[in-house]
Unconditional design. Structure first.
Lengths: 181, 181
């Protein structure tokens, strides 16, 4: 049905070139459901998601996202909206978890995705008609990938992982990672 | 190797009861690698992760997390630390994406996990020796599940999804979701 979870996580890339073909509604439904089922603090679900498919709205959204002209080429752009009234402290984290569920579900189904963090919140909210009291946390593009970017370099294990206390070296089976890639 | 991505996303539950068995280091390595490969704004990777396995440290951490006494029973607790100096605007979102990658990798490998959002940041940072200028964003427990909680209720599709503009109804293939569950 969809790819192996570990392969999905390790093979995901940020895709900014898309074919014009559509994501079938059936697949989009599964992708959205992946977000709906995300965990949230006290199950507050302080979120709303706008799935943008209209070419004109996508174009205006791309302009509101610092003129990223590739954005309208993705079949769907999902805007992750937070409801601060429900969870002032956690809405941004909860929306992010749900969006990453969607990104990985889409990747598992074979689509390309790209997180979009650069945007003018006021302009993007206006384009999408998002009420004043809500927040736009982040967006992701989803579509049929027309490129397979190389993996970007990552910081080494020793720099970003500690055992038990910050800065204490962790002894890991690096072999394990080579096996799964 | 690991479960189907969609199944992983939809079958994940917040597990708070664990068996004392250990997560093999080889699997822990894969789980951490899943976080290391997460996307981040401008590939800034504004993160560090402390994998806590020492029983005494886990116990102190559980106390710092609002006395959640179940926490030390999980074999590993991963603390997601943000580096604001690298990315003031995005560190919390980037750490969250990486932690959700780890949660889903662990779920895909058959482990139980639970996001931990309730904690006293100052106390938890002290327990883990996290430098003053860094931020503790969130934590997750990982271990051998000793329970299979029922799915918590979720808000209906119509309440949390719009098409093109906030509040506009989206017509989805609900059948698709029933098929995959």
């Amino acid at each position: 049905m969809s790819k192996d979870t570990i392969a999905t996580v390790l093979e995901r890339r940020s895709v900014r070139k898309y074919n014009p073909a559509h994501v079938p509604t059936e697949d989009l439904t599964i992708i959205l459901e992946a977000g709906r089922q995300a965990p949230s603090a006290h199950n507050g679900q302080p979120w709303h998601f706008v799935a943008v498919r209209d070419p004109e709205v996508k174009k205006a959204l791309g302009i509101a996202c610092n003129n990223q002209i590739w954005i309208p080429h993705a079949d769907v752009v999902i805007a992750g909206v937070g409801l601060p009234r429900l969870s002032e402290r956690w809405f941004a984290i909860d929306v992010t978890i749900a969006l990453q569920n969607m990104v990985l579900a889409a990747t598992g189904l074979g689509y390309g995705t790209c997180w979009i963090g650069a945007f003018d919140e006021a302009k993007a909210k206006q384009v999408l008609g998002i009420p004043e009291e809500l927040r736009l946390v982040a967006l992701t593009a989803i579509g049929i990938a027309a490129e397979r970017p190389a993996a970007k370099p990552r910081k080494p294990f020793a720099e970003i992982f500690s055992l038990d206390r910050f800065g204490a070296a962790i002894d890991l089976e690096r072999r394990a990672v080579r096996t799964v890639r």
